[in-house]
Design a protein around this ligand. Structure first.
Ligand code: NAD
Ligand code: LMR
Length: 342
């Protein structure tokens, strides 16, 4: 079978994605920060999606070469390049989904919050342009600290009068990908079968894998729970340290974001059985933003899934309470950043 006709099954490890839907190329996707460590492999993976007709690559530099290179792949989408603020608006016109991996990554010794000073302003500027040029698009934010950049985006969209909370996502798929991988390894499970919901946020202890909700049902010792939880929470730092100053996760992140984008596009295209974890505006807890499983539909978030929060173990209950103050502070920091500038 030709590549155009085949479904990229490597992206479809999420078994909730309907196998029966015939994909078709029709959606326009913009990647802001497309020339970066995540941006390039993510652009490649999205170029392979049969659901995409047009791929708009935006960055402040080096994007022409990336786009020329990628445009030779004989998959359906056409590739357009946009460089610098003067071309930002054009990169967003008519777009159905925007992914944002723009911003600086961590170096060893840094927390994600240490990126706030640079990345908050980058995300704010990009979201202003999204609000002006494609206010109906789904927005998927990768730039860290996600716990704050998503509230920043929401606040900008509100101020512009175009906030649809159902269309704004913090991409936390990498936490799920890692949890699935580490649990499958530890318990000797078939990777394709494993699904671990990860809730809370995307930094340190705010990342809370719900191991008790692992599918297929599996039992863990106390030691295994502690070890797996801590490894999943510190997996980003594991990569930052291994890269020793050259950045953070890029390839696994591109893989995870491509899965989230593909799921979102399938949902936009009418697949009624698409679930992903994401950091969204939420009423599941007293916090205004919270990561959990969500059902994706034609208009973005169709439902925030509350079932995962019922029947938590004592360990998970305690971890949930423990993460709230940090997550709350990160949300408030993001909102205050936008409010104090207006
Ligand atoms: P990188 O430095 O390799 O690439 C970032 C890209 O953003 C560069 O090409 C740069 O030119 C571009 N950029 C900078 N300012 C811009 C602007 N104003 N407009 C458009 N583009 C701009 O970094 P990376 O490794 O690709 O990481 C990017 C971000 O993703 C970091 O903040 C990192 O912490 C975050 N990240 C998040 C997750 C997650 O799970 N959500 C995982 C990994 C990395
Ligand atoms: C990750 O989880 O890999 C990213 O958030 C990048 C980082 O800084 O750890």
């Amino acid at each position: 079978a030709s590549l155009q006709a085949s479904k990229p099954t490597y992206l479809n490890q999420n078994k909730s994605i309907s196998k029966s839907l015939q994909p078709k190329a029709s959606f326009k996707v913009a990647i802001l920060g497309a020339a970066g460590g995540i941006g390039q492999p993510l652009s490649l993976l999205i170029k392979m999606s049969p659901l995409v007709s047009s791929l708009h690559l935006y960055d402040i530099a080096n994007v022409k070469g990336v786009a020329a290179d990628l445009s030779h792949c004989n998959t359906p989408s056409k590739v357009l390049d946009f460089t610098g603020p003067s071309e930002l608006a054009d990169s967003l016109k008519g777009v159905d989904l925007v992914v944002i991996p723009a911003g600086v990554p961590r170096k060893p010794g840094m927390t994600r919050d240490d990126l706030f000073n640079i990345n908050a302003g980058i995300v704010k500027t990009l979201i202003e342009a999204v609000a002006d040029n494609c206010p109906e698009a789904l927005i998927c934010i990768i730039s860290n600290p996600v716990n704050s950049t998503v509230p920043i985006a929401a606040e900008v969209l509100k101020q512009k009068g175009v906030c649809d909370p159902k269309k704004l996502f913090g991409v936390t798929t990498l936490d799920v990908v890692r949890a699935n991988r580490f649990v499958a390894e530890k318990k000797n499970l078939r990777l394709i079968d494993v699904d671990v919901p990860v809730i809370g946020g995307h930094a340190g202890i705010t990342i809370l894998p719900l191991l008790s909700k692992t599918k297929p049902s599996v039992t863990f010792t106390k030691e295994e729970i502690e070890e797996l939880t801590v490894r999943i929470q510190n997996a980003g730092t594991e990569v930052v340290e291994a890269k020793a100053g050259a950045g953070s996760a890029t390839l696994s992140m591109a893989y995870a974001a491509a899965r989230f984008v593909e799921s979102s596009l399938r949902a936009l295209d009418g697949d009624g059985d698409v679930f992903e974890c994401s950091y969204v505006q939420s009423e599941l807890t007293e916090l205004p933003f919270f990561a959990s499983r969500v059902k994706l539909g034609r208009k973005g978030v169709e439902a925030v899934i509350s079932a995962d929060l019922q029947g938590l173990t004592d360990y998970e209950e305690k971890a949930l309470e423990a993460l709230k103050p940090e997550l709350k502070a990160s949300i408030e920091k993001g909102v205050a950043f936008v409010q104090k500038q207006t």
